[in-house]
Design a protein around this ligand. Structure first.
Ligand SMILES: [Zn+2]
Length: 78
């Protein structure tokens, strides 16, 4: 179980998300942003728009994933 805050995911507050995978944490943040903005919190609007952009650009998401894998592979082995 990993923890990432709203801030680490591009949001404005320190709410913690817990998840077994990055996917779960991202979905939790997506839900949190939607709830905050529909509750009238304009501070979360920019992050919500970024998140919507992520879903609209799966190719960019895959590129990022490949980049992380490549960086990981270039680390010296223990
Ligand atoms: Zn937040």
């Amino acid at each position: 179980m990993n923890t990432m805050t709203c801030q680490q995911l591009g949001g404005p507050c320190g709410l913690e998300h817990h998840g077994a995978s990055a996917d779960e944490v991202i979905k939790s943040q997506d839900r949190h942003l939607n709830e905050a903005v529909s509750g009238g919190d304009s501070a979360h609007e920019a992050a919500l728009n970024d998140m919507k952009g992520l879903w609209k650009r799966p190719v960019a998401g895959i590129g990022l994933y490949r980049q992380v894998k490549r960086d990981f592979a270039s680390l010296p082995e223990d």
